[in-house]
Design a protein around this ligand. Sequence first.
Ligand code: PHE
Length: 347
Amino acid sequence: MERMVILKEKLEQLRQQVLEQLNDMTDEKELNELRVRVMGKKGWLTEILRGMGGLPAEERPKAGQLVNRVRQELENKFDEVESNISELLKNARLKDESLDITLPGKKHELGGLHPLNGVLEELIDIFGSMGFDVVEGPEVETDYYNFEALNVPKDHPARDDQDTFYIAENLLLRTQTSSAQIRTMETQKPPIRMICPGRVYRADEVDATHSPVFHQMEGLVIDKGITMCDLKGVLEQFAKEIYGPETKVRFRPSFFPFTEPSVEVDVSCGVCGGKGCRVCKGAGWIEILGAGMVHPNVLSGCGIDPEIYSGFAFGVGLDRLTTTRHKISDIRLLFENDRCFLEQFNR
Ligand code: PHE
């Protein structure tokens, strides 16, 4: 009987002690350690059970019941504390990861086309609809493609106007996209209809209308029976599509070594309608391109028989086209990358 009393006391002691510890338990790891210490194979409860070996046989079932009741109670308590702890953890995580959907979002800023590229896309559309293909050529060009094959031999005075940056004696930054005429005629058989946009370089001082780096778009048409009428028709159509149908177009005689005859093309100033203003510098006209009938020397140099084929070529200054098209007063604005300026052109 005495042993029974001791067992009960021990159990009660253990029960109290464990419940107390469980009461302020907030850590999962500590909880598991305590569980092992109490319920594990070598735990306190097992120890007490083992102590029952000394009990008389008739008292053992009673003692077993007592132990099991405490074990059951403690097990329930352990489970309860465990689920409380995981609930706490979950809430803390939710709070941590919570997202305030009422806060203003981060804005994705959309870029837009640079005005130069916008105008270029228009040109590609216009000439594309007339059947022109777009080609590209290298910016580092040989003397042959940039000058010689264009009927500009080494001592030709026309070179002075296009002084540029040399990389080696016969290698330079192209001064004109006209080099693409030669590259195209060397690799394609007529009929040819191509445009070639790109960057060109000249040793010019920077001012409101000049830059050592600027952009041109070359055009070339070669076929049987191409005449000056075709040149005029195509270029007039192009000018009207860019500047509006009321635009007047003027062809002035000019000189380029690789075209004969050669012309320069002006459009009536869209700002003053031809009366003369700051944009057209009082002239009423704005020069937009050089053009002409491809010189027979250039054709035959590319293996095209000038007796059978003829054609015309033109070179448009894209920067000038862009500034006049958008009434921009200074070419430098195109290169400064000032967002306040550029954002006006976002379509
Ligand atoms: N390449 C000439 C220039 O840069 C323009 C041009 C191109 C003239 C094609 C005639 C034909 O001034």
